[in-house]
Write a protein that binds this ligand. Structure first.
Ligand code: IMP
Length: 447
């Protein structure tokens, strides 16, 4: 039995959907612990593409229980559309459970998200516009609506009458927007409540019970480490905690429930939205990575900014999440390149810096120090074992593992489940120390 967290090691969109989908095969329960419909997973199974925003990808396995945890924020309209999509495709949603303490994204959250971004002008964050920040802000302000509130019609009426009237003042006076019709919103959300009622549970208790029964639990993070509210590139971050620590808070479990943490990173780097990105490629190379990697957001369709692999943020992700191993995705995107650069450290004001600077201002001033490696210039999408990978691709992967001092357990070479090389079982394989006893990094494949 092992309980595992899958975390994005960069700025999100690392291909976590495919990796969690693969690992879900060995899981009895998959739990999403933070974020909302800002996330988007694209999963390709037998040529069929599934786009999921809230429901864990484990739903595609008939025996896997899927739980949307208390640390998430739920937009019921989007969730119901997702349920409809799955049911139309003949996929049962019977094994889905929703935490009663998750917060609900309301229409005013979406309106305030969009309006406040516009008001920020040059200081905008580049949010997905899905109301995520305002939903979490209400949670902190203690004016949020939770799933359990949605299930109590009388209480909801009373709570929403007050809250919508309060939000209408903000919409009208601060943003010059028309007010929401209180009764219409209440009726709409009472309708959603009826549709979702059968899925609602005490998720912490349900997961704890599964742990007692020695089930394998997979904790699925959305977004990525550098988008974490506390540990990311603040203020250009999301409003929740994608890092491994967020899995405990976002599910209602203690840290002793977690056995290991797997980081997912692309073989290069992408970022959507605003904020510093030291290895960003503005010219032809950035365009090439974007085109070859189909780097457009699942949720917003926005073009992602592309750049070289950054081992400084990789090392940071290893530290912040306590990663045991990595899954490297989209290696095939680099197939045509003559040479490939990897950022090994930064230069800030003439000084070499090995560690991610916590100050955004300092991060903005970082210039990447690159090491250049030769490309392999042959297609890898059909490689199914380490031995089949070209030598230069093997060397590239070994170098990444060495720089980040963690083994690489999985290499992904395309969107399909079968376009994957599993180097070691990341769930049941041996757990390694990040450093050998003599202090040298324990690296991939060599250990
Ligand atoms: P929000 O989460 O919509 O508030 O957006 C805050 C920041 O997180 C913006 O830079 C978004 O582009 C980014 N973001 C949110 N969700 C994702 C995601 O799933 N992938 C990549 N970036 C995301």
């Amino acid at each position: 039995m092992a309980n595992v967290i899958v975390i994005g090691a960069q700025w999100g969109d690392e291909g976590k959907g495919k990796i969690t989908d693969l690992l879900s095969r060995s899981a009895d329960v998959v739990v999403r612990y933070q974020g909302g419909v800002n996330a988007g997973h694209t999963i390709v199974v037998k040529g069929q593409t599934f786009k999921l925003h809230l429901i864990p990808s484990g739903i595609l396995y008939s025996d896997t229980e899927c739980i949307i945890g208390s640390g998430t924020v739920i937009d019921p309209k989007v969730l119901i559309a997702e349920l409809d999509q799955l049911e139309e495709l003949g996929i049962s949603t019977e094994n889905l459970y929703i935490s009663e303490t998750a917060h609900v994204t309301m229409p005013y959250h979406r309106l305030i998200d969009l309006a406040s971004e516009e008001r920020r002008g040059n200081h905008k964050i580049g949010t997905t516009g899905r109301g995520i920040g305002p939903t979490y802000a209400d949670k902190s302000e203690r004016t949020g609506i939770r799933i359990l509130d949605l299930m109590d019609a009388e209480g909801l009426r009373e709570q929403l009458e007050w809250t919508i009237n309060y939000k209408n003042v903000i919409l009208e006076k601060l943003y010059n927007l028309p007010p929401l019709n209180v009764q219409e919103v209440i009726e709409e959300y009472l309708g959603y409540a009826e549709r979702l009622r059968r899925y609602v549970v005490d998720a912490s208790l349900k997961i704890y019970d599964a742990i007692q029964r020695r089930r394998n639990i997979l904790f699925e993070g959305a977004q990525g480490t550098l988008l974490d509210l506390d540990h990311g590139t603040y203020p250009f971050v999301t409003s929740s905690n994608p890092v491994a620590g967020g899995a405990c808070v976002g599910t209602g479990l203690g840290p002793t429930a977690i056995d290991r943490a797997i980081g997912v990173a692309k073989a290069y780097t992408t970022r959507v939205g605003e904020g510093p990105f030291p290895t960003e490629l503005d010219g032809e190379m950035g365009e090439l990575l974007c085109a070859k990697g189909a780097e457009f957001g699942t949720t917003t369709g926005r073009k992602r900014r592309c750049g070289w692999f950054d081992a400084v943020i990789g090392r940071y992700a290893v530290r912040i999440n306590g990663l045991d191993c990595l899954a490297i995705t989209k290696l095939d995107v680099l197939d045509e390149l003559d040479e490939i650069k990897v950022c090994v450290a930064y230069e800030i004001n003439g000084e070499r810096c090995e560690h991610f600077p916590t100050s955004s201002r300092r991060f903005q001033q970082c210039h990447p120090i690159y090491k250049t490696l030769p490309g392999w210039k042959v297609p890898t999408t059909n490689c199914r074992s380490w031995e089949e990978l070209p030598k230069q691709a093997q060397d590239y992967l070994k170098y990444l593992a060495e720089l980040m001092a963690v083994p690489i357990a999985i290499v992904s070479l395309g969107a399909s489940r079968d376009q994957t090389i599993i180097l070691e079982d990341p769930i049941h394989g041996p757990k390694r120390a990040l450093l050998h006893a003599d202090g040298t990094p324990a690296s991939l494949l060599s250990a």
